[in-house]
Design a protein around this ligand. Sequence first.
Ligand SMILES: C[S@@+](CC[C@H](N)C(=O)[O-])C[C@H]1O[C@@H](n2cnc3c(N)ncnc32)[C@H](O)[C@@H]1O
Length: 264
Amino acid sequence: MLNQAGFDIFAGFLKARSGLSIGPDKMYLLESRLEPLLRHHGLRDLQSMADKLRAGAEPLASAVVEAMTTNESFFFREERAFAHLAERAVPRLRAARPAGASLRVWSAACSTGQEAYSVAMQLAGQKLEILGTDIADQAIARAREGLYTQFEVQRGLPIRLLAQHFRKDQSQWRIADALRAGAQFRRFNLLDDGAGLGIFDVIFCRNVLIYFDQLTKSKVLAMLARRLAPDGVLYLGGAETVLGLSTLFAPAPDANGACAYVLG
Ligand SMILES: C[S@@+](CC[C@H](N)C(=O)[O-])C[C@H]1O[C@@H](n2cnc3c(N)ncnc32)[C@H](O)[C@@H]1O
């Protein structure tokens, strides 16, 4: 069992390194997620892991962050966002861009890729550049692979789209090459400055701010505001809002129940 000082080392490290904010009630979560790493890193117990972590040692530091991330995702999650994207945001953005221009879409905590590929399916046939980023390397690797279990394709993906955009690969389902080729995936920490990523017409940053404290949420929203085109659209998760966190964004006037925001 980890003592309070050990817990505080993990909590401080996670917050500084990934934004993840864990209270003392998360002791069990910490233990259950990190104990499986002990053997691989040649450590006796979580207390010795905390000591080693204090020195910021890699690859342990990345492994701890990764183990503490929650990578739950599914296709067309909170589907009103995808309807808003296709019916409201994209027609408006297309009208404002030169004919034939690509729209740039960023899935900013993409986990295993379902969000980025949902965009690709929703807007299939259109000129798009989709970037998916996440802090967790294993999730990014899965997103790049584009291979999903039967369970994963049964969550949220209409059968018509499964038939249209996936092919069976042994017992799993592989996303069509054309869709995979239109999406790039790379590691990016939302606490970093995203200047190198360029400007996006649409940003999805969903179901990740919930893990951060207020100050971190505000900082991440400010970073996203710098990456969004002046007439772009930001989608947050259903349990997330900018209210009380950022005056840079306002709810999109045509949101119609989607968590869609525009620069205010
Ligand atoms: C619950 S998933 C959400 C996936 C997807 N956006 C969705 O809504 O289905 C949260 C993701 O945020 C990622 N994440 C957590 N902290 C992050 C950070 N500081 N920078 C980038 N990604 C982060 C996690 O690795 C995880 O894959």
